[in-house]
Design a protein around this ligand. Structure first.
Ligand code: MD3
Ligand code: FE
Length: 201
């Protein structure tokens, strides 16, 4: 199959101490911005639990999908994005325009994410940067059409991937989590951080 341009996987980009520090920062933030199961506009609860960091994060409810400045349950602003994440964005994605959203996904055993495109951002010229922590994910990357061929990619703890160019609008999802493949996340599971530029530059 023709490879999508713009997909870069950096295996082990974060060392174990950097991974542990990020899990700690996320779990600290989640004390005031709790993970929760969001509901799609179609009325189904997602199996993934979500929270956010930074000026904006992605929310879904009966009214639709959008970026918001406040946590939907607490009404409080999202906790700040850790500087190490902004540094990673500046290095790999865009040195001039900072990420303004970090969506945090928590996959406990059995959670998955169906095929979708990330298209709620203003400018698809900005990439998405993903950081995987904890249990390995069996990630599925397709093409620009839902019916295009797909490939399976394992995302392990410390892996960083950049979705730029053509891959930015590719269909993708998480088929499953390999429970017990890492001991990083207390209670088990996987945390994925996606850095985005949601608003125009
Ligand atoms: C490919 N998260 O939050 S991250 C999401 O592992 C999301 O939690 C998955 O899909 C996760 O929207 C995948 C890797 C990723 C992120 C964005 C992409 C892959 C992408 C955008 C376009 C194509
Ligand atoms: Fe996505």
């Amino acid at each position: 199959m023709k490879d999508l341009s713009g997909f870069t996987l950096l295996p082990g980009r974060l060392d174990p101490s950097a991974q542990a520090a990020l899990v700690d920062a996320v779990l600290t933030a989640a004390r005031t911005a709790p993970f929760h199961h969001q509901v799609t506009p179609g009325g189904k609860a997602m199996s993934v639990e979500m929270t956010g960091l930074g000026p904006l994060s992605w929310v879904t409810d009966a009214r639709g999908y959008r970026y918001e400045a406040r946590h939907p349950l607490t009404g409080e602003p999202w906790p700040p994005m850790p500087p190490v994440l902004q540094a990673l964005w500046a290095e790999l994605a865009d040195p001039a325009v900072p990420a303004d959203a970090c969506l945090v996904n928590l996959y406990r055993e059995g959670a998955r994410m169906g095929p979708h495109r990330d298209q709620d951002e203003a400018d698809f010229g900005f990439p998405v940067l993903s950081v995987s922590l904890g249990d390995t994910a069996v990630f599925r990357l397709g093409g620009l059409k839902r019916t295009d061929p797909t490939r399976s990619v394992r995302l392990a703890s410390g892996d960083v991937c950049l979705l730029a160019g053509e891959s930015r609008l590719a269909f993708h999802g998480v088929d499953r989590i390999l429970a017990g493949s890492s001991r990083l996340v207390p209670g088990g599971g996987r945390i994925n951080l996606t850095l985005r530029r949601a608003r125009p530059a």
